[in-house]
Design a protein. Sequence first.
Length: 134
Amino acid sequence: MERKQRIKLSKEVLLYVIFGAATTAVNIIVYSLCYNAMGIGNVPSNIAAWVLAVGFAFGTNRRWVFDSRRKGIAVLRESAEFFGGRLVTGMVDLALMYIFVDRMGFDGDVTKLAVNVLVIVLNYLLSKCWIFKK
């Protein structure tokens, strides 16, 4: 890999980490507000957090991380792939939260943080290799 490609990949990974952290913050804050402050159940809180975080992630990933320039109908395809991929990792998130919090009694906030690490890695791979592939 030549130097220019390494720099571009490093920039992409750095931006993904930054916006991934921001997306994770949106996810955790919304979950915590719903679950702890509003007394909403674990699963509905997790769904609300997921919906808002995925919307935020699509905008930031499309524009700043993967610098997508698609227009028109291609944007609809891109967004469908993005939300479809996130739906898969969202189901992984939901299943793990249900198993560890509702069934095994682990702390919701700690578990949410741990599960998000796995989800971030899966989301990057899906975005890089499938959704925003050049």
